[in-house]
Design a binder for this molecule. Structure first.
Ligand code: NAP
Length: 371
């Protein structure tokens, strides 16, 4: 789960690229690789930046390493040996125009003398957007939309969160082949094998918070910690959140969670997500039982589905989801599979709502962030 820095590209002496478009596209692909070295959790987007010389060779690279550290563009400028005069900045997200914990990147690029800026994704933020306009006003040549689809997909979690002003929601369950998540007596440990369960720990580490209902707490007494192969606690622990009216028992394992516990005392999922947004939570892994999972689906709050399918049969009524209000087959909630992976003897199916792309288009017209 630890990330290593991406190896630096050799810069001076690289052969000149045949033309500007090819050099900029290659640089954008590299910028996306750099961006992926940043942290997946937290309030900030993962951004990468490559500074190109007029001959298309790479002058410097940078990426954002997390909240409070320099943004990708500033990191690339800091890594530069010499002047940025006349360079092109190729950056995965439109440079920001606001002062947060660091200064506006658009101003830093102008001050450094960068001649051209190429970005993949427009900044959807209320406060941070406007960088392209600011750059143009300062005489910088700006082009947006290079590899936009790849950039949007890469930044999907952050973009969904800022556009909907609520955390990105991943719903996870582990079920038998016949879609059951527990046996008749409510026991569910374990349906999947060790590889799938370890994968769940990695998914926990990739979210800011984990959410369950009181039913799961009372039935399973989960610790909701991120643990390694040998059961050891990992350094990064998402915030555990319990929804529901009943209190979490005083001796529950969750009471010993290293991050403490958010006990909401409510069934109102939207209110809980709103509260979590205000606590700077940008992604939530829902690991609740069928009651909470179904409520999240019914309310259209699920962005990604992670379904761990074990080759086992449980039968009975304890299905992964209960009533979704689908009265007839024409009303089914069709999902789109985005990946299928084998984990030991189990399968992990990742999916999203079939209308997710349309919703993203709708979102693009409103939404906001405070990057
Ligand atoms: N295989 C898996 O992936 C998996 C994962 C988790 C759980 N499970 C199994 O699921 C079972 C527990 O199921 P569950 O459905 O009781 O768990 P749950 O969904 O985690 O909790 C349900 C409880 O949460 C509260 N709640 C919170 N928000 C609600 C809402 N919007 N509407 C209604 N109630 C809400 C209610 O209790 P209050 O009265 O307190 O409000 C409700 O009884 C156990 O057998 C467990 O082992 C399986």
């Amino acid at each position: 789960m630890t990330r290593t820095d991406p190896p630096l590209h050799s810069s001076p002496g690289s052969p000149a690229a045949p033309d500007r478009a090819a050099a900029e596209e290659a640089a954008m692909r590299r910028a996306l690789v750099l961006a992926a070295a940043g942290p997946l959790t937290g309030v900030n987007p993962r951004v990468g930046c490559v500074l190109l010389r007029p001959d298309g060779t790479v002058a410097a690279e940078g990426w954002h390493r997390g909240s409070g550290t320099p943004h990708a563009e500033v990191a690339a400028l800091a890594a530069l040996d010499g002047s940025a005069e006349g360079l092109t900045a190729v950056v995965t997200l439109e440079p920001c125009a606001h002062t947060g914990r660091t200064g506006p990147c658009a101003d830093a690029l102008v001050a450094a003398g960068v001649a051209r800026v190429v970005h993949a994704v427009d900044d959807p933020g209320d406060a941070s957007a406007g960088g392209a306009t600011r750059l143009r006003q300062a005489g910088v040549d700006v082009e947006g939309g290079l590899l936009r689809d790849e950039g949007e997909e890469f930044l999907r979690r952050w973009l969904v969160a800022v556009r909907r002003r609520r955390p990105f929601v991943t719903l996870k369950w582990a079920s038998s082949l016949d879609g059951r998540t527990a046996a008749a007596d409510g026991t569910s440990r374990w349906i999947t094998g060790a590889a799938a369960r370890q994968h769940v720990h990695e998914q926990r580490a990739a979210h800011d918070a984990i959410l369950v209902g009181t039913g799961t707490v009372l039935d399973d007494d989960p610790s909701l910690t991120v643990r390694g192969d040998a059961g050891e606690l990992q350094p990064v622990q998402p915030l555990p959140v319990v929804v529901g009216r009943r209190p979490v028992p005083a001796d529950a394992a969750l009471r010993r969670h290293p991050r403490g516990l958010v006990e909401t005392g409510t069934r109102d999922l939207e209110a809980v997500l709103d509260d979590l947004w205000r606590r700077d939570v940008r992604s939530v892994l829902v690991e609740g039982g069928p009651t909470v999972a179904s409520e999240a689906v019914r309310r259209g709050l699920v962005d990604d589905y992670l379904v761990y399918l074990a080759p086992t049969l449980l039968g009975g009524p304890r299905t992964a989801l209960d009533d979704l209000g689908v009265g007839t087959i024409g009303e089914q909630r069709r999902l789109r599979t985005t990946s299928v992976e084998q984990l030991g003897h189990d399968l992990l199916l990742t999916a999203r709502a079939d209308d997710d792309d349309r919703r993203a288009d709708d979102d693009r017209s409103d939404g906001g962030s405070d990057r």
